[in-house]
Design a protein around this ligand. Sequence first.
Ligand code: FAD
Ligand code: SF4
Length: 530
Amino acid sequence: MRLDGQRHWDEDEVVDVVVVGTGAGGAPLTAALARRGLSVVALEAGRNTEPGDHTPDEVLAPADINWMDDRISGGEVPTAFGPNNSGTGVGGSTLHWGAFTPRPSRHDLQLRTESGVGEDWPIDHDELTGYIEHVEHDVGVAGPEYYPWDPSRRYRMRPPARNASSDMMMRGTAALGITATDAPVGLTTEDRHQEHHGLRQACVSCGSCHQGCRNGAKVSMDTTYLPAAVAFGAEIRPEAFVHGIELDARGRVEAVVYHQGGRDHRQRTRSLVLAAGGVETPRLLLHTGLANSSGQVGRNFTAHGATQVWATFDESMRSYRGYPSSIITEDFVRPADADFAGGYLIQSLGVQPQTFATTLVRGGGLRGKALVDAMRDYPRMAGVGINAECLPSDRNRLELTDELDAHGVPRVRVTFSAGENEEAIERHAIRTMTAIVEAAGGTDVRVLARTAHTIGTARMGTEAGSSVVDRDGRSWDVPNLWVCDNSVFPSSVIANPALTIMALSLRTADRMLAEAPDGSGARGMAGAQA
Ligand SMILES: Cc1cc2nc3c(=O)[nH]c(=O)nc-3n(C[C@H](O)[C@H](O)[C@H](O)COP(=O)(O)OP(=O)(O)OC[C@H]3O[C@@H](n4cnc5c(N)ncnc54)[C@H](O)[C@@H]3O)c2cc1C
Ligand code: SF4
């Protein structure tokens, strides 16, 4: 994105807010605070790119927009990092996300109340939905005219063109009496003038969403909230890796230390927002020893169940074509015959060949000739996948190791194992997905086990003893430190997370602004805190 004309804040100047990370968590808040006149500096470890810089070549793309630094993964279901779940760059993981944007269900925010396990969210569903509608309006979300599981919804743009997997899923679900429809997706299906950015062209169904959208059709922070933030006076500093947080004598953040251009810098600030994602935010907190009086930083790492079921068809499918995930069913958010808490949603899939081969290895256990044979069928294969509830668990956690990265910050070890609930959901979902692909005419069914997303490692709650931040995202321990990303989710919820993260980001910005003692907005709030 264009950064050449942006406002520059001096490091010795005490800015109102420093935001670490420019993804779904950092960007909306940066824009909202800057719009109200705050001085905001966003520090981003990754590079700045233009949409045209992205390459559809999935062999080259990872180095560009994925967080590829080493992380150690353990447990019975080790999480795959890199392109599977961690982005970097100005725009964060929205540079490579799939832009599938279901909304969280009311039931999911009351999981403990309704099922006795998991956690309730300390946020009202109606309030969250208000922020979600705001985000959908700001960035442009396409969807069906009629949404069967929530007829009150209105999507302003028609859905994208369906690909062969989508047609297959519609066929299979129809044969089984399962309701399915075009999914809500964060992309433009008509040319859209995005204020402060310019033209975002209509989706051309190229299928390269995970390598970065070259024409700006897909919602990405660098073509939506971040240009707005810069227009309102925020400064974005790319390739700035934060590794230190300094407190004053009263225990409040007074500066952050970051590495950029071969040396350390120190930016003074009145408040700090961590939006570095579900792995880097807890890593920074553990490294600096902050905000952890509860001992909860790094705990409750959750990853959505994301298992896929593929089959081979007589006709050509060519799954690399078209927007990848255009069909959804929410019939299994709370299945009638469930022997588990929560549930799952199902989406149609599209996938590039190398990503598919990697999933065959990791999730299907294929090697050698079996892998090569399976890849021969790739042009005629199509599949569906889930996004499933994952309960928070104390034994699934992120910790620091003795190994240091290039900045001298300890690398993390993430330990993750599926519990009984996750396994029961998985069994149910595999049955359902197998039935769908077979009803659509598929044979030679392959189940590819996967998890996705990095959630819950600095969770919000109503009690300081069992959570890291309060219901607004503010640290219980350090009053001018806020967390605003994937890590604050108390439970995973079934919906894919980015839309909810953006909504929480706007909500946290409002909470920061509401602190102004004279009602003048967060400038007054930040001034009062100094
Ligand atoms: C392939 C793929 C497909 C996906 N598809 C979907 C989808 O269809 N729908 C959906 O809802 N979700 C999807 N997701 C997940 C979604 O993209 C993420 O959950 C979401 O974008 C995370 O937002 P975040 O703000 O928490 O973190 P991020 O977007 O990861 O932002 C964190 C940012 O902080 C920066 N950072 C980290 N540490 C530091 C530091 N120390 N100093 C400075 N900067 C730092 C990083 O470089 C990064 O830019 C997908 C993810 C992947 C990988
Ligand atoms: S399929 Fe559409 S949204 Fe995805 S990268 Fe291509 S043009 Fe962009």
